[in-house]
Design a protein around this ligand. Structure first.
Ligand SMILES: *Cc1c(COP(=O)(O)O)cnc(C)c1O
Length: 393
């Protein structure tokens, strides 16, 4: 079933105010998400925060079912935390790295993943190996296979980078991880919500994602998936009264399920908002979302290529809803600023967010226009006309 775009826009108050092409930053929330947030906040105001959480206990539990359905996991394999970075950190810092271990990662790696690699390198003396890209600009699976040996403790890659349309071959990486018995952590922050993502198909052991990007949920919440078979092996770097129980003066026991990666105090309304966002996405269907996002992004790339001085920078064989480009003689920030005056939202992706990739391409920054299924072809035409007018001047 194709997306009913008019209904999608009707459900999205933001569509009446802005031309939003910053879905990779934070997408516009639909009404059911706003309703879930508002309802819980009102309950908290009227009956007290703890009492409101108790009243919503069943709905809170259902958020785990929704996330599990979205990614093909079991509910006990899901932890809901503050954001994708914290989710990723809880997985990464749970791994008992030892001197001489190797981490194998991607050129497209995100800053907040690579800094922990460097920190762990300083701490224990491990090696960070970056898999080169193939001729399409995606992670080279053949090279990855050659790089795996018994010293590789972790394969950690980014599915969709923050700085462009690339979709790395996550499932092919997963096959190598399974065959070689190597732990595999996938940063799926930009892919979850815009395309079908199934942890069994992909074959990852751990996966991190956020609420506010392509899932269209609220800010300040995200989730971690950890495969049940590896849960027991991973001791969280931080433990509190939710993750563990204090059983005797000198003893504690860690929870058996993925909630060992959570902490007690959280934004309950945001958690419910995430659940509503996941249910809303499932209502459209991830395949239908992916079809439309892909169509709009390709239209945008085609239109941008017609503009003088514009270079579309997206890499990869499969390209997603993130469209990054450079404009000759125009600073990306100036373009973002000028577009904002026409109530068009784009963002700028800087060198320091994906340093390996940007340095390989000798780039300082790109303009990033990221489409979602509620965008329209006429919005894309208007965006390109506005941009063309700015470039001409
Ligand atoms: C945004 C982003 C993150 C971080 O997500 P937060 O929810 O901000 O912590 C991680 N990885 C990639 C590829 C991202 O684009």
């Amino acid at each position: 079933m194709p997306i009913d775009v008019m209904r999608a826009r009707g459900d999205t108050p933001g569509c009446r105010h802005v031309l939003h092409l910053n879905n990779a930053g934070a997408a516009l929330m639909p009404q059911p998400v706003l309703d879930a947030l508002g309802h819980q906040l009102r309950l908290e105001a009227e009956m007290g925060g703890y009492e409101a959480a108790a009243a919503a206990a069943d709905e809170i539990e259902r958020v785990y079912d929704s996330v599990a359905t979205l990614i093909g996991a079991h509910r006990d394999e899901v932890a809901i935390v503050e954001n994708a970075t914290r989710a990723w950190d809880m997985a990464f810092y749970s791994i008992a790295f030892a001197p001489g271990d190797r981490i194998v990662t991607s050129v497209a790696e995100y800053v907040s993943n690579f800094i922990p690699y460097l920190q762990m390198q300083r701490r224990v003396g491990l090696t960070i190996d970056v898999v080169p890209n193939d001729e399409n600009g995606q992670l080279c699976v053949a090279r990855l296979r050659e790089m795996i040996d018994e010293r590789v403790k972790l394969i950690a890659i980014t599915h969709v980078p923050t700085n462009g349309g690339l979709v790395n071959p996550a499932a092919e990486v997963g096959r190598i991880a399974r065959e070689t018995g190597t732990l595999y952590l996938l940063d799926a922050c930009q892919s979850v919500g815009q395309m079908p993502v199934d942890v069994v198909d992909i074959g990852c052991d751990m996966l991190s994602a956020t609420s506010r990007k392509y899932l269209r949920g609220p800010r300040g919440v995200g989730f971690l998936y950890v495969r049940s078979a590896v849960l027991e092996r991973l001791e969280p770097p931080l433990l509190d009264l939710r993750a563990a129980t204090w059983t005797a003066p000198d003893r504690y026991s860690v929870r058996a399920d993925a909630r060992r990666f959570e902490n007690w105090e959280c934004n309950v309304a945001a958690k419910l908002g995430l659940g509503a966002a996941v249910d809303y996405a499932l209502g459209w269907g991830l395949e239908a979302i992916w079809q439309r996002v892909g169509m709009l992004a390709e239209l945008l790339r085609a239109r941008l290529r017609e503009l003088p001085g514009v270079d579309v920078m997206d890499l990869g064989r499969v390209r997603c809803g993130i469209v990054s480009f450079a404009v000759a003689e125009h600073e990306p920030r100036a373009i973002r600023h000028a577009l904002a005056a026409s109530r068009i939202n784009v963002s700028v992706t800087e060198r320091t967010s994906t340093l390996l990739d940007m340095d390989a391409r000798r780039a300082a920054a790109f303009v990033r226009a990221s489409v979602h299924y509620y965008n329209t072809t006429s919005e894309i035409e208007r965006f390109c006309e506005t941009l063309a007018g700015m470039i001409r001047r």
